[in-house]
Design a protein around this ligand. Structure first.
Ligand SMILES: Nc1nc2c(c(=O)[nH]1)N[C@H]1C(S)=C(S)[C@@H](COP(=O)(O)OP(=O)(O)OC[C@H]3O[C@@H](n4cnc5c(N)ncnc54)[C@H](O)[C@@H]3O)O[C@H]1N2
Ligand code: MOO
Length: 406
């Protein structure tokens, strides 16, 4: 595996290595459409219907046979068709049908004119503009044919997918069962917000961001809280987590400090995949397994934990959950600042994009980028991916934040 920065693995290699070792869970369940949000489809969804299911009017107006229209001649109105109330009578030659949006267009009528382009006369309806043949009709099956694949296995059921499935009348879906992921923070210095701090203590922030992102990914989070830097307690927690969860995420204790026990426990209870990635923040990121459950060791520094979860753990968990892989949206932007690069590491700085009056996309930094400075992340709407120094006005690649952090 290619490495850089004293043995750190390149970001892309780290991703490739993890994804190669992760197989999607093979456990499925059926969920009602009403509660399907966030689940991953276990199988292709085939349409049971044509969509639209019948020819219908796209406008409130008048349906008629185009060949029978004569400029300047009014058309008598033979009846009315409403949405849900089709017209079943005869429409004599030269006559038209009052029709509302969504109402079925009777066989034989081939065009609709919108009512704003008509006038009422004693003889019937006069078209004030020349009509167009076949206009304003939504034809049976023009969008979807019965049997078409409308969503592929591995699709996430988000707010755009659910109404599509409802349109097709599907009351329930076969989905992958929700992943369970265990998280805990390690460190004697950590306290839960709401408790008083003693000298040298800080509040645990990492679990709050990780749990929020897991929730947005539709993953059940088993939150074991703060575990002190005590090898016996850490060991017990790892064993419990491996029994209860599909994957384990920790923060802290992956560096080279004297209280960093994670590596030894991983060697004892499982396997170490890799231990260092050439990214900033987040170089001390660990991947491995504990009793055959995937393990992700996030660095303790809060921004590093958040960024490594987003960039490395998110795609890994998406694969484990059976989701189709989607590349992050990366686009070029004009640098509003000088962005310094990190030696031998890809720097995932935090920025704010804006679009000027000419439509040019530019990006500014959110300020100081220390890996303990969460303000740099909270204010951002994108990553600024700095691989080499970028000066003002040069092009830099940005990655827009996705829905799990918004
Ligand atoms: N000699 C070296 N020291 C450090 C290196 C290194 O390569 N050589 N790497 C630095 C980098 S980069 C990072 S990131 C950290 C990662 O260290 P750990 O994962 O072992 O994390 P800790 O030492 O436990 O904590 C680091 C830092 O973050 C605070 N922290 C930890 N957990 C939380 C939490 N849940 N919420 C808020 N803050 C947390 C902790 O108090 C420390 O300040 O190592 C560097 N050192
Ligand atoms: O990589 Mo550390 O995660 O720079 O703070």
């Amino acid at each position: 595996m290619s490495c850089c920065d004293a043995g750190a693995m390149r970001v892309q290699d780290a991703l490739t290595t993890m994804l190669a070792q992760i197989a999607p869970v093979q456990a499925f369940m059926t969920v009602p459409l009403a509660t399907a949000q966030g689940h991953i489809l276990a199988e292709n969804v085939l349409s049971p219907l044509n969509m639209p299911p019948f020819d219908n009017s796209a406008m409130d107006g008048y349906a008629f046979r185009f060949a029978e229209w004569q400029d300047g001649c009014a058309m008598p109105v033979a009846g009315t068709a409403l949405a849900g109330q089709p017209f079943s009578g005869e429409i004599p030659v030269g006559a038209c049908l009052r029709i509302m949006t969504g109402a079925q267009v009777p066989d034989g009528l081939d065009s609709v004119i919108m009512q704003e382009q008509t006038a009422q006369t004693l003889e019937g309806v006069l078209f004030t503009q020349p009509p167009k043949a076949k206009a304003n009709i939504r034809y049976l099956g023009e969008e979807i044919r019965t049997g078409d694949v409308v969503l592929k296995a591995g699709s996430r059921l988000h707010a755009r997918a659910l109404p599509l499935l409802a349109t097709l009348g599907l009351p329930e879906l076969k989905v992958v069962r929700r992943l369970k992921v265990a998280i805990f923070s390690t460190g004697d210095e950590l306290k839960v917000p709401g408790t008083a701090l003693q000298d040298g203590e800080i509040y645990d922030s990492n679990r709050y961001g990780i749990e929020a992102m897991l929730n947005r990914m539709g993953i059940e989070c088993l939150n074991y809280g703060i575990i002190p830097d005590d090898p016996a307690q850490l060991r017990d927690t790892f064993i419990q987590a491996a029994q209860e969860a599909d994957a384990i995420i920790t923060s802290g204790g992956v560096s080279v400090g004297e209280a960093d026990y994670t590596k030894d426990l991983l060697l004892e209870l499982g396997e170490v995949g890799f231990w260092s990635v050439a990214m900033k923040p987040g170089k001390p990121f660990a991947f491995g397994s504990i009793r055959n459950k995937h393990f992700f060791g996030l660095p303790g520094n809060p921004v590093s934990a958040f960024v490594t979860f987003y960039q490395l753990v998110q795609p890994a968990l998406r694969k484990l959950a059976g989701e189709i892989s989607v590349s992050p949206l990366r686009i070029p932007a004009i640098a509003e600042h000088h962005f310094r690069s990190a030696k031998n590491r890809v720097d995932f700085q935090r920025g704010v994009i804006s679009v000027n009056a000419e439509g040019q996309i530019s990006v500014r930094s959110t300020g100081a980028q220390g890996s303990g400075m969460f303000t740099s992340l909270c204010a951002a709407n994108c990553f600024v991916i700095v691989e080499k120094e970028v000066t003002v006005g040069e092009i830099v690649t940005i990655e827009l934040f996705n829905e799990i952090v918004s």
